[in-house]
Every structure is written in structure tokens, then in C-alpha cells.
Design a binder for this molecule. Structure first.
Ligand code: GLN
Length: 304
């Protein structure tokens, strides 16, 4: 077996000395309060070994990483009916882009850009009895950790400044692709994005995607086919207009968030999560991308 601990320590040490050109997200004011110096990596292998370096047990805002959880829950509940309302093609545009949605008549390109995730949020609001609580429970069960929670301050902060998401939701509504009220769906969406988790909890929660749908606690959270399809969507759409670059540099399915987290996985092998809040101009973690590039290069673990 590779000496993962040594590899992670080396990557962490090397990158801690590199100038961090990333900037902390400030369009959600609450996120701007986080220090750019935080840096962590956590690796969880399929045979239950784990390795960590840095602030791997400090919680941060998972933001768009939550889109994978909401997609998984909606897909598990509704099956292929989901694809009538959202497509599975990469968009090549920023996560909060509006024009494509207008041109394509309210059908989002994929479930990992904001418009697609807002449609998924609408599906969950329609189908769940207590949408926010039931969704949180789904994430807790995926991670096998009942302490995970929303960060109400972050949700409130985005509620006050989420003008583009209001524009997206209103456009979806105008095309008839939103069943519930804009305010209700966005309240769910802002809460899903506000969930606070650390690198360890995220790696545990993504275990099911690397493990044919069986989650950490041993339950079948998804079918193997659903896990396969979600991984494919992560690979092609998980980094918006940088999905090609992530495949080129790292070569794993993964998902980023503007809180500075990135989760990536090699099916049947491992899940790896990085956290560094400084973002590049595409909204993906500057050091996180570099750390993952070094990891898959050194361990020869890209899917390519
Ligand atoms: N809540 C954020 C938004 O909608 C999520 C964006 C992200 O993490 N890329 O703008």
C-alpha cells in the first residue's frame, strides 16, 4: 500500500509554502469572515483506513458540495423521472449563469449548477414531508454522523444577498419548471448550502459514491447505477466552467463549493477532501485544486 500519510504531509507542507493566489468568497458576507490560512486534507479509503493533515476537523460551509447530496436524495426518491426537468450536460458557464436558462427554456443544463440545483430543491420541497429536516437527516445518515447541522447565519446571509439565485428561480418559475413558491424553494436551497461540515465528515458522506451506493453505516443509500450516474455528472459538471481543467489536472469525479471545499473520489478506492477557502476566479479552491493534482499525480490514481 502507498504511504498515504507521508504523501499528504508532503503535499500540505509544499503547498503551505506556495503563495495562495485565491480570494475568500465575499458575495455571501458571512463566508468572508473565514481565514484564508485554513488548509486541510482528509483521505478515506474504501477499506476504512483514514489519513488527515491540517484543519481536517474544523467545520466550514459546504455550499455547492450540498448539490450532490440533494441530487442523490431526489434521484433515490424519484428515479429517472428527474431528468424530465433537468439535463445532464456540462454547461461551460459559471455556476450562477442566467442566459443559458433563458435560451434553453427553463431546463437547466445539469443538477450541479445553481439553476439545476434549484430545480432539484423544488422536487424535494414537493416530495418531502419536512423538507429541510428530512434533507439534513439524509446527509447525517450518509455521513453516519448525527451532529451535522445547518449554519443559520450563513443561510440568512445568502438570503439577504442571493439576488442572482432569485433571478434564476423567477426565470424557472416563468417557464413552469418550479412547482413551489420561489421563496420556499430558495429557503430550502440556502439552507442546504449552509450546512457546515469538516473534511472528515465530507469524506465519510461521499463514501457511498465511491462504494457502489453503500454508505458508511452499511445501508444502501443509492443503487450502484445511481452512484455511477452521479459520479459521471460530478466528472463532467462538478466544476462548472473549470470541469475540463479539473479533469485535465486531477482526473477524478468531484465537487467544489465556494466555502473552499473540494471532494473527489476514485470509485472502489477512496474519497479525498481538501479545504482551503481562497478561491480562483472560477470559484474553485486555489490550493485545493493544486493539492489534488499533486495527489493523483504522485499516487497515479487519476481515472485516466
Ligand atoms: N450558495 C452558493 C450560491 O448559490 C453556492 C455556490 C457555490 O458553492 N459554487 O451562489
Amino acid at each position: 500500500m502507498q504511504d498515504y500519510q507521508k504523501i499528504l504531509n508532503n503535499i500540505h507542507k509544499t503547498l503551505s509554502q506556495v503563495e495562495n493566489k485565491g480570494e475568500v468568497a465575499n458575495y455571501i458576507p458571512e463566508l468572508a469572515k473565514v481565514s484564508k490560512d485554513k488548509f486541510a486534507i482528509y483521505l478515506n479509503t474504501i477499506n476504512a483506513n483514514n489519513f488527515e493533515v491540517g484543519d481536517a476537523e474544523t467545520a466550514f460551509s459546504i455550499q455547492s458540495i450540498s448539490k450532490v447530496f440533494s441530487l442523490a436524495m431526489a434521484f433515490a426518491n424519484q428515479g429517472n423521472k428527474l431528468w424530465e426537468r433537468v439535463d445532464v450536460e456540462p454547461s461551460g458557464n459559471p455556476f450562477n449563469y442566467l442566459s443559458l436558462l433563458e435560451r434553453e427554456k427553463g431546463i437547466p443544463r445539469n443538477p450541479l449548477i445553481n439553476s439545476g440545483s434549484i430545480v432539484i430543491a423544488d422536487c424535494l420541497v414537493s416530495s418531502l414531508e419536512n423538507p429541510k429536516e428530512d434533507f439534513l437527516q439524509f446527509v447525517r445518515d450518509l455521513a453516519n454522523d448525527q451532529s451535522i447541522d445547518f449554519d443559520k447565519k450563513v443561510a440568512e446571509s445568502e438570503h439577504k444577498t442571493g439576488f442572482r439565485n432569485y433571478a434564476i428561480a423567477n426565470l424557472l418559475k416563468s417557464f413552469g419548471n418550479l412547482e413551489n413558491e420561489v421563496e420556499t424553494v430558495l429557503d430550502f436551497y440556502f439552507h442546504q448550502c449552509s450546512i457546515a461540515m469538516n473534511c472528515k465528515q465530507l469524506s465519510n458522506a461521499f463514501f457511498a459514491f465511491a462504494n457502489q451506493g453503500i454508505c458508511m453505516g452499511g445501508n444502501a443509500c443509492l443503487t450502484a447505477t445511481q452512484a455511477k450516474r452521479i459520479n459521471a455528472i460530478m466528472l463532467t459538471c462538478g466544476f462548472y466552467d473549470e470541469a475540463g481543467e479539473f479533469a485535465f489536472e486531477v482526473g477524478l469525479p468531484g465537487k467544489s463549493g465556494v466555502g473552499g471545499g473540494i471532494v473527489a473520489l476514485l470509485p472502489n478506492e477512496f474519497v479525498i477532501t481538501t479545504w482551503s477557502p481562497g478561491l480562483n476566479d472560477k470559484g474553485n479552491s486555489y490550493l485545493g485544486m493544486k493539492a489534488l493534482e499533486q495527489f493523483t499525480t504522485q499516487t497515479k490514481s487519476s481515472i485516466f
